[in-house]
Structures are given as C-alpha cells and as structure tokens.
Design a protein around this ligand. Structure first.
Ligand code: BV8
Length: 235
C-alpha cells in the first residue's frame, strides 16, 4: 500500500442492495420487472413517455425512503480521511453516497433527484413526480425528463473519469456485475495505465478475471474492513 496515493473507486447497484434498493440483474431485479428497452432508452421515452416517467417517479420516491448502509459510510470515512487522490465513480442514480457524507463522488449515469429540461438544458433538484409534466423552474416549459443516462446515451464526465484513472495507483470495483459499458471496461483501462485492481463483490462478476484480487461477500462487511486496512497503512 505504501506506494498507493491516488484511488479510483467504481460502485454499482450491489453497494445499495443492503439499503433495500433493487439491483438490476439479480433475481427479482429491475430488469426482470421491466424490459430495459421499454423504460431506459431515448426511444422508449419517445414512444411511451408516461411508462418511462412512471418508472422513474416510482424509483425516485423509493430511494427517499432508504438509508445509506455501512459500505456507503465506510467510503464517506475514506473520503474524509484519505490524504491522497480519491474519486468515487458511481453507476448508481441514488444519493446514498452523498447522504453518507461522501463528497468526491461522480454520477456517470445521472441522478434520480435531478430533472433535466430538454428546452433550456438546465438541471434542477427534483424530489417529486414528473408524470404531470411540471414546468421547468428555469424556463417555464413543461419539458422535464429524468436526469438519467439511458442506453445509447453518452455517460457523463467521461473525460474527468479518464483523467482520474490516468493518475490512479489503485482501482477498486464494488457491487457491480460488469455488464454495462463503458463502466465495465474501466478495470482494463486502469490496468493498462499501471494501477493495481481490486474487486469487492457478493459473487464473481463478468470481469473478475481482469482484477489482481477479488474478495467475495456483502459490501456492508467487505468495504468497512478494506477501508480500515487502507487508512491503517496511510503513512
Ligand atoms: C454508451 C441508468 C455511447 C438507468 C444505466 C460495448 C460492448 C457491448 C455493449 C456496449 C458497448 N458499448 C456500449 C454498449 C451499449 C450499452 C451496454 O453496455 N449494453 C450492455 C447491456 C451490453 N452501453 C450504453 O448504452 C452506454 N452508453 O455506450 O454510449 C458511448 C460510446 C463511447 C464511449 C462512451 C459512450 C450507457 C449505459 C448506461 C445506461 N444506464 N443506468 C437506470 O438506472 O435506470 S446502466 C445501469 O445498469 C446501472 O447504472 C449500471 O451501470 C448497470 C447495472 O449494473 P450493476 O450496477 O452492476 O448492477 P447489476 O444488478 O447488474 O449487478 C449487481 C452486482 O452487485 C452483482 O454482481 C451482484 O453480485 C452484486 N451484489 C448484489 N448484492 C450485493 C452485491 N455486491 C456486494 N454486496 C451486496 N450486498
């Protein structure tokens, strides 16, 4: 660990599972209840906006009843106490990292608690439903959509993510199946840039073979003990 200064962490649905937020691919996951192409693509929104808006209204409401778990809190502690570089890149659209106190967080797939106006291109904090086509707080047009990166859309702040990866000595992946790109390819990018790579997951993922080390178990146990380890070796 002595030579580890800059860390990039990628999180997925698995880190929020123990907070009661459905994952995507696990049994009973979101994608079992809804076809991706029916609810999480720009084509679906054009075809049946009510279905898509209801799907995200339901999830936006649900996450506000959930709380961060020990894994979120451990990463918030790391954010507070780690003197080196740190970026938590999350695929999750919930706000549990921030509610646990983490600040160096980047939502590459967007956030439930933002609405995006397609008329004036501004984003507004939003906790209520969008199904009734409320007016944009900035321009007044009824053109708000979920601030979510749908399949086929470009993830957010890719240049900031790659910049952090270029300086990273350690890349850690937590609670993700490695099924969705470009996030699933980050471990390979990190390795080619010389970083050590560690996976913390409930079960082996589609990318486990690309990691130097994989630890299996629930995030609420694996993440606090890994953070203790890292901070205890911070010189
Ligand atoms: C794009 C927001 C152009 C929506 C999401 C290359 C090859 C093949 C396909 C592609 C490719 N490049 C692009 C594609 C197409 C596509 C894609 O990857 N398709 C897949 C299905 C094959 N990608 C895109 O469309 C992306 N855009 O490519 O734009 C472009 C071009 C160049 C450069 C850049 C871009 C956009 C993808 C984003 C879509 N939006 N989310 C919403 O939330 O509704 S993706 C969504 O699904 C999540 O954000 C996340 O990314 C993914 C779900 O994965 P996970 O989070 O990993 O969740 P999952 O349920 O799968 O797994 C949970 C894991 O946790 C499991 O491993 C489980 O074991 C573990 N676990 C469970 N419980 C616990 C646990 N671990 C620890 N503790 C526990 N308690």
């Amino acid at each position: 660990m002595a030579d580890i200064r800059n860390i990039v962490i990628l999180t997925g649905a698995g880190i929020s599972a123990e907070s009661g937020i459905d994952t995507f691919r696990d049994a009973g996951g979101l994608w079992e209840q809804h076809r991706v192409e029916d609810v999480a693509t720009p084509e679906a929104f054009a075809r049946d906006p009510d279905l898509v808006l209801r799907f995200y209204d339901m999830r936006r409401e649900a996450i506000q009843t959930k709380a961060p778990n020990p894994a979120h809190r451990a990463l918030a502690r790391l954010d507070r106490e780690w003197e080196g570089g740190l970026l938590i890149v999350t695929q999750n659209v919930d706000d549990l990292h921030e509610r646990a106190g983490a600040e160096r967080v980047l939502h590459m797939h967007g956030e439930h608690l933002n609405a995006w106006c397609t008329a004036c291109d501004t984003r507004s904090r939003w906790t209520g439903p969008l199904i009734d086509r409320p007016d944009c707080p900035t321009c007044g047009e009824p053109c708000l959509r979920p601030d979510i990166v749908w399949f086929g859309e470009m993830p957010y702040r890719m240049e900031d993510i790659y910049a952090a990866m270029r300086g990273a000595h350690l890349f850690v992946s937590i609670g993700t199946s490695g099924a969705v790109y470009p996030a699933a390819g980050f471990v390979r990018d990190a390795r080619s840039l010389g970083a050590k790579t560690l996976e913390l997951n409930l079960e082996r993922s589609q990318r486990s073979g690309w990691f130097d080390e994989t630890r299996l178990g629930p995030a609420s146990e694996l993440v606090p003990s890994w953070v203790d380890e890292v901070l205890s070796q911070q010189n």
